[in-house]
Design a protein around this ligand. Structure first.
Ligand code: COA
Length: 180
């Protein structure tokens, strides 16, 4: 995976990262090594994004996220994750593997989220998106509930949908002051 930290240059610091998911061509690797070459071949098949909730995310009620008053006390950076793969790559376990990899690397990337003492991540999923729910649960996200709001349908995961989404949450890094 390549990590592309994107930071706005003007105004207050904002937190965003995009992880491009690459599929490695192992047959090419085998051929290359047998001929003494060292060219690895990959194809980009998807994206995992992580971005600051307050700036880029969907506003959520306190029951479905870490409440702002708790986040500002420690302080904890609140972020929202999204992911998508090209359709020909669906159903092969790639997203599950990619999200697990992002969570692991993100926990270690303490330079990225300093000066915060912790990171809390929300994930918003269309209520009929079973594949995405499974990815979330296998990655360790907690299912927090259904969020519904009045208004026109929203464009989510390739289609216009009613304003009803499932909300998941997880601590990527937890300040020592917060009890588990
Ligand atoms: C959601 C998405 C990212 C899942 O990626 P993926 O690589 O296909 O997911 P995985 O192969 O890791 O599968 C995860 C689980 O979902 C299941 N699954 C996959 N496609 C499914 C489908 N259409 N219906 C039900 N379950 C499905 C898999 O069997 C697997 O479960 P298992 O481990 O119990 O077998 C992908 O379908 C996608 O990009 N969809 C369009 C964009 C989108 O919906 N993004 C999510 C927005 S929150």
């Amino acid at each position: 995976m390549n990590m592309l930290p994107l930071r706005d240059t003007d105004g207050p610091q904002r937190y965003r990262a995009a992880y491009i998911i690459h599929l490695r061509d192992i047959w090419n690797d085998i051929t290359e090594s047998s001929t003494g070459g060292d060219q690895t071949s990959t194809a980009a098949i998807g994206l995992v994004s992580v971005q600051e909730s307050q700036v880029y995310g969907i506003p959520l009620p306190d029951l479905l996220t870490l409440p702002d008053k708790d986040a500002s006390r420690d302080p904890v950076l609140k972020m929202e994750m999204g992911y998508m793969l090209l359709p020909e790559s669906w159903g092969k376990g790639y997203c599950t593997e990619a999200v697990a990899g992002v969570l692991e690397s993100y926990k270690k990337a303490t330079n990225f989220w300093q000066p915060y003492k912790g990171v809390y991540l929300n994930l918003i999923v269309g209520e009929d998106n079973l594949a995405s729910c499974k990815v979330a649960e296998k990655a360790g996200f907690q299912h927090l509930g259904l969020h519904e709001w009045p208004g026109e349908p929203v464009f989510l995961a390739g289609a216009w949908r009613d304003c009803r989404v499932l909300v998941f949450g997880i601590y990527l890094a937890r300040p020592k002051a917060i009890e588990i």
